[in-house]
Write a protein that binds this ligand. Structure first.
Ligand code: COA
Length: 261
């Protein structure tokens, strides 16, 4: 992870804190930020010490205020498809990441920033967070998966209202509609996010990975096929040391020590 200009990675034992830091542009996602996100997630995927990712924006004002409008303004049809496909690919990699990814949203999460939070598995906001998909006001649509993921998360009616009006909602409304699971004071955002993430990372890493795989697989397939897949993963887990450890620990009334295999 050398040569990063816009992303910092900090460590808190098993959690990697990934910070998008382009504060002069409210952490807007230009092509370099997107490429660095890809680079960072590739590196973290292969790092066995990492059991969870906390993704956040630097500064008080923004998680990410969207794709970089200066760059978008220059695109034509062909490069537009390329930009959309590129962002979609990186966000899909985050959504399909084999370890839990939590978005800690302080300030603006607009356009691509909202879409980035949607690609994460868990979301927590601070009271000053603002969510929205303002793209239609710029004459475009969300192009990093927002028209696909938002409706799945909050329902068609609410997703259409946000997508078609382009208006922002505050953190409390985001919680009401299920866009985030909690709203916390700004000063506590990172600690409370780590607390939630640790409720996941304390569990068997292989089980967590397969739970993610099964849930996301089910979104893209028929129910019978999804049930087959779930059973196959369930059976596979029975061959892991983590299952033996988890069940032995319960029966021996002690805390499990999972090794992720
Ligand atoms: N792309 C590029 N630059 C952006 C940006 C984006 N998505 N969002 C903010 N910036 C830049 C501003 O141009 C400004 O840069 P400058 O100081 O060089 O002029 C800087 O970040 C600060 O933004 P500013 O608008 O002055 O801050 P604000 O606090 O008054 O308003 C927002 C904050 C988020 C409401 C406003 O910046 C905004 O509407 N941003 C665009 C949101 C958007 O449409 N996102 C979807 C893009 S597809």
């Amino acid at each position: 992870m050398s040569d990063l200009r816009f992303i910092r990675v900090e460590w808190d034992s098993e959690i990697a804190v990934v910070i998008i830091d382009r504060q002069d542009k409210h952490n807007a996602l230009n092509a370099d930020v997107i490429a660095e996100l890809d680079q960072v997630f590739t590196a973290l995927q292969g790092d066995d010490k990492v059991r969870g990712i906390l993704l956040t924006g630097a500064g008080e004002k923004a998680f990410v205020a969207g794709a970089d409008i200066g760059e978008l303004a220059k695109m034509d049809s062909l490069s537009g498809v390329r930009v959309s496909r590129g962002g979609q690919g990186v966000f899909l990699r985050i959504e399909r990441f084999p370890k839990p990814v939590l978005a800690a949203v302080g300030g603006y999460a607009l356009g691509g920033g909202c879409e980035l939070a949607l690609a994460c598995h868990l979301r927590i906001a601070s009271g000053n967070a603002r969510f929205g998909l303002p793209e239609v006001g710029l004459g475009i649509i969300p192009g990093y998966g927002g028209t696909v993921r938002l409706a799945r998360l909050v329902g068609l009616g609410r997703a259409l209202e946000l997508t078609l009006t382009g208006e922002m909602i505050d953190a409390e409304r985001a919680r009401e509609i299920g866009l985030v699971s909690a709203v916390v004071p700004r000063a506590e955002l990172l600690e409370r996010s780590k607390e939630l993430l640790r409720k996941v990372t304390k569990n068997g890493p292989v089980a967590v990975r397969m739970a993610l795989e099964s849930v996301y697989h089910a979104l893209d397939t028929s129910m019978p096929e999804a049930m087959d897949f779930e059973s196959a993963l369930f059976g596979l887990l029975a061959s892991t040391g983590d299952m033996k450890e988890g069940m032995s620990a319960f029966l021996e009334k002690r805390q499990p020590e999972f090794r992720g295999r």
